[in-house]
Design a protein around this ligand. Structure first.
Ligand code: DNO
Length: 363
């Protein structure tokens, strides 16, 4: 397990590279050009700027999250070819600077969706919260105003350019079914995977968060069956998954341990976090600790250990604790605690294995 930490870039993150450096065992930052709109080719000078910053701080830049997919690609419009071309050029450039994994998603219109970014828990910490009934009743075109977004920070999934065109996008998606989305995803993959393979880059699709259709928009990266289907669309080691335990774990029917075992050689990137799912379908993000949520984090880490996982991992969203003012879900403290929990589990599994080996040798 190669530990990384998401960093949104200077001026766009409350956490500094120097702070990340002090978290044990973090070898790389997970980065992106958050100011480049989806569909545009990434400029090399900006890529090099981040690379140099990261290298100076002693981090690698092997993992990019995300190169966002333009809506015309998801919609399957004729204009998609231009955007796919730009996507390929971005892959090529990222290959030139040594990137190994590109995370992306294929969620129509919205990336991750929550109803409350700072829901207070009994201990005074706050966390991202999803209230199912509020989403079901809501007019998505009005939701944007309700969400407490700090306009000086670009939230992934809530980029200004995405929000400006909301009404038009909903209109465009009216006729798009899940099957259309599968076709459009297949078309995209057949175009980009050969380019990624040529540059030694593993593409890693992120599950839909939450893993069910919202606002009448289709969502397909939601379950083990669908990931199986996804991997067959292009059966290549360069067509992989960002296995996000928190996104998938919002549906308690998803068996993430089983997914790790089944898709083991197709998971270049793991997002590890916990959520607590309530009986009515609401969920809140919790600390990474297994007992604090409904996702079996200890079982998940064990599954990665047993399958010899040597891909990249990162702690995912954390709570906001110790009065930290930070991007929703992306503070320093709780994610650092999360890393230490993950290392604790990992190191004890290693210790047990060594002891068992010694016993076998002694016999
Ligand atoms: C949320 C993240 C997602 C993720 C994208 C990947 O915090 O996990 O925004 O980066 O869905 O494309």
């Amino acid at each position: 397990m190669r530990m990384t930490f998401r960093w949104f870039g200077e001026g766009n993150d409350t956490v500094s590279l120097d702070q990340i450096k002090q978290i044990p065992g973090v070898e790389g930052i997970v980065w992106a050009l958050h100011d480049v709109p989806a569909g545009e080719e990434w400029p090399m000078d900006k890529i090099l700027h981040i690379r140099d910053q990261a290298h100076r701080a002693g981090f690698h830049i092997d993992v990019v999250e995300s190169v966002n997919v333009h809506e015309d690609i998801k919609l399957g419009l004729p204009s998609r070819d231009v955007y796919i071309d730009n996507y390929k050029k971005t892959i090529e450039k990222l290959g030139q600077v040594g990137v190994k994994v590109i995370c992306y998603n294929f969620m129509p219109v919205f990336d991750w969706v929550r109803t409350d970014l700072f829901k207070e828990a009994a201990d005074g910490s706050t966390a991202l919260f999803y209230e199912k009934s509020r989403i079901e009743d809501v007019d998505p075109l009005r939701l944007v105003d309700k969400i407490n977004v700090n306009p000086s920070l670009t939230m992934p999934g809530w980029e200004p350019e995405r929000m400006q065109h909301l009404a038009g996008l909903f209109e465009a998606y009216k006729e798009v079914t899940e099957e259309h989305l599968w076709d459009n995803l297949g078309y995209f993959l057949k175009e980009i995977i050969p380019v990624a393979a040529k540059h030694g880059i593993k593409m890693a699709i992120h599950p839909d968060d939450p893993p069910w259709p919202i606002f009448g928009l289709p969502r397909i990266m939601t379950s083990q069956d669908n990931f199986r289907r996804f991997l067959k669309l292009v059966d290549s080691p360069y067509n992989g998954i960002t296995l996000c335990s928190g996104s998938l774990g919002a549906n308690t029917g998803n068996d993430i341990v089983s997914m790790i075992h089944e898709f083991t050689d197709r998971i270049p990137f793991a997002h590890i976090r916990n959520v607590r799912v309530f009986d009515n379908g609401d969920f809140i993000e919790t600390s990474h600790r297994t007992e604090d949520g409904t996702v079996d984090i200890a079982g998940i880490v064990k599954a990665y250990y047993e399958t010899g996982f040597n891909g990249y991992a990162r702690p995912d969203h954390g709570r906001h604790i110790w009065e930290e003012q930070c991007r929703p879900g992306y503070g320093l403290y709780d994610r650092a605690l999360g890393i230490m929990y993950l290392w604790g589990l990992w190191d004890s599994l290693k210790r047990v294995e060594h002891k068992q080996r010694k016993k076998v040798v002694a016999k």
